[in-house]
Design a protein around this ligand. Structure first.
Ligand SMILES: N[C@@H](CCC(=O)N[C@@H](CS)C(=O)NCC(=O)O)C(=O)O
Length: 215
C-alpha cells in the first residue's frame, strides 16, 4: 500500500513530513491540497477538520498533526531510527518540537518569511510591523534552541532526529530573509547545524522554491 501525503507545496509542515519520509527511505504519493484556498474539498475536511496540512493516509489509517505523523513514520516502518533511545533525549526532542510549534512557526514563517520574502515576491502588501514583531519573537526561539542544542552535528548530538526534521523546513524559510539570516548568524551552534541539515538530500529534494510570477 503506497503512503499518501496530502499537503501543500509551500507548506513547512508538509515539508517536515516529506523530509521524515525521505530520511526513513520511504516513497509516497503527494496529493496537493491548498489549505488557504476558499473552498477546500469536503473529502479533505472529513480527514482533517482543522483545514490544515499535512494529512498522512496509510491504507485505512488517516493521521493529521505533523508531530504525530513524523512519529508514526519513524515507528511504523523500517529504516534509520529518527528518535533517541533514552528517555531524557526523547523528552528533549519533544521539547524542541513543542518550542518550534508553539513559539517558532508563527514568527519565523508567517511573520518574517511571509512578509519579508513570500509576499514581496508576489507583489502583495507587506506589514513591516509583522516583520519587526516576528524577528523579536524569533530571537527568543533561536536563543532557546541554541541553548538546548548539543555540540554534535545534530540538535541532539550524533543522531539526526525528528527535532532536526521539524526545525529544518522552518529555518529554510527564515534564513533567506535578510534579517533572519543575520539573526541566525548570532548563534554559532544553530548556524553550523543549518549548513549541515540544509545540505541533506531530503532537504535539497523537497525545496519548494517560490511561486512563479508574471508570465
Ligand atoms: N498543528 C498542525 C499545523 C499545520 C499547519 O499550520 N499547516 C499550515 C501550512 S504550513 C496550514 O495548513 N495552514 C492553513 C491555515 O493557516 O489556514 C500540524 O502540526 O500539522
Amino acid at each position: 500500500m503506497i503512503l499518501e501525503l496530502h499537503g501543500y507545496h509551500y507548506s513547512v509542515y508538509t515539508r517536515i513530513a516529506r523530509v521524515a519520509l525521505a530520511e526513513k527511505g520511504l516513497t509516497h504519493r503527494h496529493v496537493e491540497v491548498d489549505p488557504f484556498a476558499e473552498a477546500v474539498s469536503e473529502g479533505y475536511l472529513a480527514m482533517n477538520p482543522f483545514q490544515r496540512v499535512p494529512t498522512l493516509v496509510d491504507g485505512d489509517f488517516v493521521l493529521y498533526e505533523t508531530a504525530a505523523i513524523t512519529r508514526y513514520i519513524d515507528e511504523a516502518f523500517d529504516g534509520p531510527a529518527l528518535q533517541p533511545a533514552t528517555a531524557a533525549l526523547r523528552a528533549r526532542m519533544q521539547q524542541i518540537v513543542g518550542v518550534i510549534d508553539s513559539y517558532g512557526y508563527w514568527p519565523m514563517v508567517r511573520q518574517v518569511f511571509s512578509h519579508r520574502v513570500f509576499r514581496p515576491h508576489l507583489g502583495q502588501a507587506v506589514d513591516e510591523d509583522a516583520v519587526r514583531r516576528g524577528l523579536q519573537a524569533s530571537a527568543t526561539v533561536l536563543r532557546a534552541l541554541e541553548d538546548l542544542a548539543g555540540d554534535g552535528p545534530w540538535l541532539l548530538g550524533e543522531q539526526l532526529t525528528l527535532a532536526d526534521i521539524h526545525l529544518a523546513p522552518m529555518m529554510a524559510y527564515f534564513a533567506p530573509a535578510p534579517e533572519g539570516g543575520a539573526l541566525l548568524a548570532d548563534f554559532a551552534r544553530l548556524s553550523g547545524w543549518w549548513s549541515r541539515v540544509a545540505a541533506r538530500p531530503s532537504m535539497v529534494r523537497s525545496a519548494p522554491g517560490l511561486p512563479e510570477v508574471g508570465g
